[in-house]
Design a protein around this ligand. Structure first.
Ligand code: MGD
Ligand code: MGD
Ligand code: SF4
Ligand code: MO
Length: 744
């Protein structure tokens, strides 16, 4: 008798979209994968990447035991009890001798696994940790700074309906970042009434589909974006009614744009002046416009300023809170310190600005590798691979070895794990309850809790359990205080809610430890879904903070009822629309009492004024090329899949180089070149292309990771340095690394 295989719902974990998928599991293998048509945001769509998702689950040797580093640098297996006891004891010792603020937390989630992070926060509270960060602080903190000052929230565009879409340093054909990216791009390209604008030095896959490609010289977006804004202002294409009704502080910004010499700025960025003017006029004339900026500006010179100038394009033309425009959206759980902006806190050693509660990634090694008394002494690393993903890998490795204690939680022996004192083996994202907090849709926002497809591999634990064990070993929570909550949990969510919020009211310290308290008290009633206990708290806060939107999504009632209903719904393992809004509601998310945008950011207006006299090229005679280190391609997904056999194309992660440069260097496809930068050198296989400008070369991200079958490609951050970084956000210039090429 043959049984029909069952399709089970989960999500792809390879980028922040987390498209809904269905898989067939046999013998712990993901044998078949297809898009889940019932998923409310991806609606059956997937790209090519998840079809061999089993390479994530089974393609790389798994960690199956906690490991402790020996003096000679090798690792020995130890049991969980020993690992937890030693780690807790050493963390407590560092806290007691130097202070909890010397223990630094990095990560807490990747593209598809943010559930453990809530429990990580409880451990941070238990230790008195004050400094933390994650990958957002090497890409998005400049934008967060701008968002925080302008309106206090995160924006996204309605790409499906916009008449004009502007992609700035963003290649959604490969990198996605909004639902069903490829079908949406194709529809846009096929519609003669809609216009796609791409600002990119390279003719990316998206640029090749665009109606207008502003092919800037690398690193010169600030001049291009400033010129576009200047045309809006100088040709009087501004939506004056919108500016008057919805903003404050516009005048100094408009004044700065009036002074700009558009012809000069066009020359500076290498784009035809008439094309810039046509583009600005097209933006101004459209019914609706939205923009998407990403790494092409966020990891390049002037990145924070460019974010500001990008946002001015849709603000000055009044493209907010309407179909096809930009919007602020609801949140399920905050990924960063919330509220954006900030920047009044600084790091203890170098005084770098902390934005949205995140230490700039480029500062981390500097805050460790020093004799300064306030240096970080310990580092906790979870679900990230900073020794591969942050600038100057060699410097990061050295910093890790200087720590008194480093702990890495991962599923595989990564570049970062190889530097750690303790390595703790986690269950994979298909062996435990998991979710992403990248929920950024509007007018309907979607959250998807995924049920496990199989048990944890023996020897591994889900992060919630790891954190619970460490917090228990620290002995910071009074067991007696938990007893009443356990009893309330037995009686159901309604009584639990009353008891929990009463307990937190009586002892506010419990709020910081909430993840742990929930795991210990509500958790036992949830059976194998114990790890989801923290989501009950998240669901309650979500319903309390956005009551009308949550009610419109169908979670109604009084008191704690909406939050309880939302929690029960997400436990079904299906993606859930948790908020439903109308376009007008986008104003409700503007975090200002008067709901107006604050247009003037003096620091950035000054920088805008400074552009006229600033240098716009940072290459030198020694390093005449611009290397973009970390391009998204068909088969890259950060370092989530380490198995090289996953890649159907571009297995070696080629160095792309323009036809002219290839000719000058006498190299052809398949030849090798040595790429030399201020920081390091690497040999790469060449791919000649007419998509790049002369003087611009590019390497993919996510390659050069160790695997028993080999380590193809270049680890990009062996080539990058800490020095080139944004003056405001400290974000690295990964897309603009001065380099030279040598024949091998
Ligand atoms: N396939 C795939 N998709 C991914 C990921 C992945 O690893 N692989 N990672 C995910 C993550 S974490 C992120 S943050 C996003 C990133 O998504 P993207 O930012 O779209 O990805 P990149 O390819 O790094 O950079 C985008 C574009 O910037 C261009 N660029 C380089 N220099 C400049 C410049 O000076 N100015 C301008 N305007 N453009 C420039 C590049 O040519 C490239 O086309 O992708 C997500 N999606
Ligand atoms: N030069 C250069 N550097 C870059 C970029 C670039 O374009 N150029 N891009 C940057 C960007 S935008 C980003 S977002 C970062 C990404 O870099 P990181 O934030 O470091 O993330 P990943 O490389 O995806 O590493 C994810 C880790 O999580 C592990 N993992 C997978 N599943 C689980 C799990 O269930 N539990 C645990 N505990 N671990 C798990 C994986 O094995 C992997 O080690 O890289 C950045 N670095
Ligand atoms: S777009 Fe991202 S989440 Fe969706 S299938 Fe592709 S890699 Fe996976
Ligand atoms: Mo990213």
């Amino acid at each position: 008798m043959t049984t029909t295989p069952t399709w089970r719902k989960t999500a792809c974990i390879l980028c922040e979209c987390n498209c809904g998928i269905e898989v067939q599991v046999e013998d712990r293998q993901l044998v078949r994968v297809r898009g889940d048509k019932s998923h409310p945001s991806s609606a059956g769509y997937t790209c090519e990447k998840p079809l061999r998702l089993d390479r994530y689950q089974n393609g790389t040797p798994r960690l199956t035991s906690p490991l402790r580093r020996r003096a000679d640098g090798s690792y020995e297996e130890i049991d969980w009890d020993t690992a937890i006891a030693e780690i807790a004891q050493r963390l407590a010792a560092i806290r007691d001798e130097h202070g909890g603020d010397k223990i630094f937390f990095y990560g807490g989630g990747g593209q598809g696994n943010h559930l453990g992070g809530g429990y990580g926060q409880a451990l941070q509270a238990a230790l008195g940790v004050r400094y933390r960060s994650n990958a957002l602080a090497q890409e998005k903190t400049g934008e967060m700074y701008v968002d925080g000052r302008l309106y206090g929230g995160h924006t996204k565009g309605d790409f499906e309906h916009a008449e004009v879409v502007v992609f700035v340093g963003k290649n959604p054909w490969q990198s996605h970042s909004f639902p069903r990216a490829r079908p949406v791009l194709k529809e846009m390209a096929a519609d003669p009434d809609r216009t796609m604008v791409v600002i990119d030095p390279r003719r990316s896959e998206t640029a090749a589909m665009a109606d207008i490609h502003l092919q800037v010289r690398p690193g010169t977006d600030a001049w291009c974006l400033a010129a576009l804004g200047a045309v809006l202002v100088q040709e009087d294409l501004v939506d004056h009614a919108f500016v008057a009704d919805h903003t404050t502080g516009a005048e100094p910004v408009l004044a700065a744009y009036r002074e700009i010499d558009v012809a000069d700025f066009a020359r500076r960025c290498g784009v035809d002046e008439e094309l810039i003017r046509t583009t600005a006029r097209r933006i101004a004339a459209a019914e609706s416009v939205c923009t998407y900026e990403d790494l092409g500006i966020q990891q390049a010179p002037h990145s924070t300023l460019s974010s500001y100038l990008n946002k001015m394009l849709w603000i000055l033309t009044g493209n907010f809170a309407k179909r096809g425009g930009m919007f602020l959206h609801s949140t399920f759980a905050a990924l960063a310190g919330g509220g954006g902006g900030g920047g009044s806190r600084t790091t203890p050693v170098t005084g770098a600005r902390i934005i949205s509660g995140l230490v700039p990634c480029n500062s981390i090694a500097e805050e460790i590798d020093t004799h300064h008394p306030d240096r970080f002494r310990a580092m906790w690393v979870d679900s990230v691979n900073p020794a591969h993903s942050l600038a100057d890998s060699a410097g990061f490795r050295r910093a890790m070895r200087r720590l008194d204690l480093s702990v890495v939680i991962d599923i595989a022996m990564t570049e970062t794990a190889l530097e750690a004192d303790y390595v703790l083996p986690a269950a994979t994202q298909f062996e435990k309850w998991e979710c992403t907090f990248f929920n950024v849709d509007f007018p309907e926002n979607v959250f998807h809790l995924r049920a496990p497809l199989m048990d944890p591999l023996p020897g591994t634990l889900p992060e919630p359990e790891i954190y619970a064990r460490v917090v228990r070993a620290l002995g910071v929570v009074d067991e007696a205080a938990l007893e009443p909550l356990r009893e309330a949990a037995e009686a159901g969510l309604a009584s639990y809610a009353e008891a929990f919020f009463a307990a937190v009211g009586a002892d506010p310290r419990l709020m910081g430890l909430a993840g742990h308290v929930l795991y210990e008290t509500l958790g036992p009633t949830l059976g194998d879904a114990r790890g989801t206990a923290a989501l009950w708290g998240v669901a309650q806060l979500c319903a309390m903070n956005q009551p009308a939107s949550v009610a419109r999504a169908g979670f109604t009632g009084t008191g704690f009822e909406p939050g309880n209903a939302l929690f029960e719904r997400i436990l079904t393992g299906e993606a859930v629309v948790f908020t439903r809004d109308d376009h007008d509601h986008a104003w409700d998310y503007v975090r200002r009492p008067d709901r107006r945008f604050t247009l003037e950011i003096p620091e950035l207006v000054d920088r805008l004024r400074g552009l006229a006299s600033e240098q716009s090229s940072w290459t030198t005679e020694e390093f005449p090329f611009v290397l973009s280190a970390g391009e998204r391609r068909a088969f890259t997904a950060n370092t989530i899949i380490r198995d090289p056999s996953w890649r159907r194309r571009d297995a070696g992660g080629a160095l792309r180089i323009s036809t002219d440069d290839a000719w000058a260097l006498s190299v052809r496809d398949g030849d090798t070149l040595r790429v030399v930068t201020e920081r390091g050198s690497a040999v790469a296989v060449v791919e000649v292309t007419d998509t790049l400008q002369q003087g611009h070369v590019s390497l993919p991200n996510g390659l050069g990771v160790a695997h028993p079958d080999g380590t193809p490609g270049v680890a990009p951050n062996e080539l990058t340095s800490l020095h080139h970084r944004d003056p405001i956000a400290g974000t690295p210039w990964h897309k603009y690394v001065p380099a030279r090429l040598e024949r091998v």
